[in-house]
Design a protein around this ligand. Structure first.
Ligand SMILES: Nc1ncnc2c1ncn2[C@@H]1O[C@H](COP(=O)(O)OP(=O)(O)OP(=O)(O)O)[C@@H](O)[C@H]1O
Length: 259
């Protein structure tokens, strides 16, 4: 049985005024894949993530998730589809006036699909999933370290038990140790929960540890979407500048390497 792709982008065109960001862009992501979206600054990576979650719509082309166009079906069907993915925005983006428990429980409270007791249970469960102490629940975002903010934001992204997780620069702003610890956590959750993941990252170590495929956004299109090992073989200026700079890429850290 061949399942339909989790994400299918076909002929995406995006314009901001006279600037064309995407022009006939295609990308397919299958269940269980971890696709790292890379490209030069301003190449349109974050905009593409925003199209996938429906925050913005392309000028042309089709965005399909879970086998159906993103905006097809009734409002109820669209909402159900929307609940199947979780998003971790750049910088965590927690609500500063809510404590950790309220932040994690927010998606459930918003949908009014659980009682207060159920939400409290779920918050405790998600905190342990992201390896935070139960007492963290009562802290405010301003009291958290950068690494803890990321973990809480991840717990909130997982609140509705998504099948698809979208991460925008998940390790930006973390020091190398915290960054690797966070990557290990995402990797373990991805395996445990069977998640499909699309992440935008500038960090070679992050993508080497996580990604099963690297999608390169260049010249307004995805020019390649293959494994890290195959990507390293490509003769492309972006690969040269991004991957072949000395001491950035640690051989053997990749998912195909010895772990
Ligand atoms: N709302 C907007 N209005 C006008 N231009 C925009 C808007 N959003 C993005 N852009 C432009 O679209 C282009 C792509 O932006 P985007 O943030 O998607 O790039 P990116 O690849 O994620 O960049 P970076 O790696 O620097 O974060 C940029 O030139 C940006 O200035």
């Amino acid at each position: 049985m061949s399942a339909s792709p989790v994400i299918e982008l076909r002929g995406i065109v995006t314009r901001f005024g006279a600037t064309v960001v995407h022009d006939g862009l295609d990308l397919t992501v299958h269940r269980g894949e971890v696709v790292a979206l890379v490209g030069g600054s301003g190449s349109g990576k974050t905009t593409l993530l925003r199209h996938i979650i429906g925050l913005t719509r392309p000028a042309a082309g089709e965005v399909s998730v879970f086998g159906a166009p993103l905006f097809s079906g009734s409002v109820r069907e669209q909402r159900t589809r929307r609940r199947r993915f979780g998003v971790l925005f750049q910088h965590g983006a927690l609500f500063s006036a809510m404590n950790v428990a309220e932040n994690i429980g927010f998606p459930l409270r918003e949908l009014r699909i659980a009682t207060d007791a159920e939400i409290a249970n779920l918050v405790a469960l998600k905190l342990s999933l992201v390896e935070l102490e139960p007492a963290t629940a009562l802290l405010m975002p301003a009291e958290l370290s950068g690494g803890m903010v990321k973990r809480v934001a991840l717990a909130r992204a997982l609140a509705l038990e998504p099948e698809l997780l979208l991460l925008d620069e998940p390790t930006a702003g973390l020091d190398p140790d915290r960054s690797m610890a966070f990557v290990e956590l995402v990797l373990s959750l991805q395996r445990q929960l069977g998640l499909t993941v699309v992440l935008v990252t500038h960090d070679v170590d992050t993508l080497a540890a996580l990604a099963t495929k690297i999608a390169i956004l260049s010249d307004r299109r995805i020019v390649s979407c293959v494994s890290l090992e195959e990507t390293m073989e490509l003769d492309h200026p972006f690969v040269e500048s991004f991957f072949r700079q000395p001491f950035r890429y640690r051989a053997g850290v990749g998912r195909g390497g010895a772990r």
